[in-house]
Design a protein around this ligand. Structure first.
Ligand code: PLP
Length: 414
């Protein structure tokens, strides 16, 4: 059981004054964005205490996004590893990842606040696709900022966004990934705060975003808690595991279990491990752990998974780490591709590269004995792998695998 169980009333509750989680969080924005952040906080507080807002959101999550998503026992993988693995299937949500939960919440809020446009950043393209989807659904214009490197490696999602009517703006500065796309989206927001809502895709950014996005993602943890109570004789899993980019799927999952004895494990990409290797700093309006060089400049992250290719981490994760309630571990690119293959072959589920980080850690920890035999482990499968097929096709492991290369259809494609 966990060393530190948070009492229900304190477990991932509202942040302290000015949106602080311990020493992390806050609102470090240019003067011109302060009123917009304050109005957003007011708007969210008002909506979140209004039962009709909850009713509208719940209805959309059910009849449009396909919630509740399944909790699937990973039967064959569990047998191979000698533990019980349960998969929280966010890959089954409309648009293919958990991002839709947050976006439907923010889009409804934007409409309620009289906004006519949504701005968003995206890395893996999943948040961009979700925002484009919600924009189409609610009749809001959508502009998505995306690094050029991510535009190349997530071409399928770029096409989907355009099909859904969104404008995709390529970002060519810096590492041409999520960090630069976020900077650009925030810059653009300054110029149109009156009509546009900045629909941020993770538990990062200035207050109230980390709190608000976690609340919109809490549905993952709340459902998983009910579902694991029905699935497990112990009611609560021993471990709850999720990948961490900015940290929204992990925060939403952890929120359902913070007041239990479950051990919470966040899995970062080794090349974007802000908790494991970062130092306190400020980026994109919030204070948290950040990858930095010796001069305090923000370093570039590197991950095969575009959604984890970010040098920071949401402030609540930094806090959960500091107080010892959650533990953060890392997985390297080399471990991720085999994890995708293993889940595909044992369970018939092709996970997103981001989600495969969580699977890779479970495999490693079970095989090394770090996860005791017969442990019960709930893993959030944050998204489906269709978007990553082009990256996977370049991987030598795939071309060397006779089961795959013998397929003439695939041979022709290579
Ligand atoms: C499928 C998937 N999982 C995880 C992430 C990481 O984001 P977060 O840490 O906010 O859940 C992303 C980000 O794009 C994603 O697309």
């Amino acid at each position: 059981m966990s060393d530190l169980v948070l009492p229900a009333e304190r477990a991932m509750a509202e942040p302290g004054e000015l949106g602080r989680f311990g020493e992390h969080g806050g609102r470090f924005v240019p003067e011109s964005l302060v009123p917009a952040c304050s109005r957003l906080e007011e708007g969210f507080r008002e909506a979140w205490s209004d039962p009709s807002f909850h009713r509208d959101l719940e209805r959309l999550l059910t009849v449009y996004a396909g919630r509740p998503t399944a909790l699937t026992p990973a039967w064959r993988l569990s047998a191979e590893l000698g533990i019980t693995v349960l998969l929280k299937r966010e890959d089954l949500a409309h648009t293919g990842s958990h991002k839709i939960n947050n976006v439907l919440g923010q889009a409804l809020l934007a409409r309620r606040m009289g906004k006519t446009r949504l701005l968003a950043e995206t890395g893996a393209g999943q948040h961009g696709v979700a925002t484009a989807t919600a924009g189409a659904l609610l009749g809001l214009g959508v502009t998505v900022y995306m690094g050029e490197k991510d535009i190349e490696r997530q071409a399928l999602n770029v096409f989907r966004m355009k099909m859904l009517g969104a404008e995709v703006v390529p970002v060519s500065s810096g590492s041409r990934t999520l960090k630069d796309a976020t900077s650009e989206a925030m810059r653009a927001w300054v110029t149109c705060v009156d009509e546009a809502h900045y629909c941020l895709g993770s538990v990062m950014g200035p207050h109230p975003y980390p709190w608000m996005v976690r609340e919109f993602q809490r549905v993952i943890g709340d459902e998983a808690r009910r579902q694991s109570a029905a699935e497990l004789s112990t009611g609560i899993p021993d471990y709850v595991v999720a990948c961490v980019g900015g940290g929204s799927n992990a925060a939403g999952t952890f929120a359902g279990f913070a007041d239990t004895g479950a051990r919470l494990i966040g899995v970062e990409a080794a090349g974007g491990a802000a908790v494991a290797s970062g130092r306190t700093g400020v980026l994109h309006g919030f204070r948290s752990y950040l990858l930095q060089d010796e001069n305090g400049q923000v370093s570039e992250a590197h991950s095969i998974a575009p959604g984890l290719d970010y040098p920071g981490v949401g402030p609540e994760h930094a806090y959960l780490n500091d107080i010892g309630r959650a533990r953060y571990v890392t997985v390297s690119d080399d471990e991720v591709v085999p994890a995708v293959h293993r889940l595909a072959r044992t369970e018939g589920i092709l996970p997103a590269l981001e989600s495969a980080h969580a699977i890779a850690w479970v495999i490693r920890a079970a095989e090394s004995g770090e996860l005791p035999p017969f442990s019960t482990v709930l893993v959030t499968l944050s998204g489906r792998g269709d978007k990553d097929v082009a990256t996977l096709m370049e991987d030598p492991a795939l071309t060397e695998d006779p089961a795959v290369t013998e397929d003439p259809a695939l041979k022709e494609e290579q």
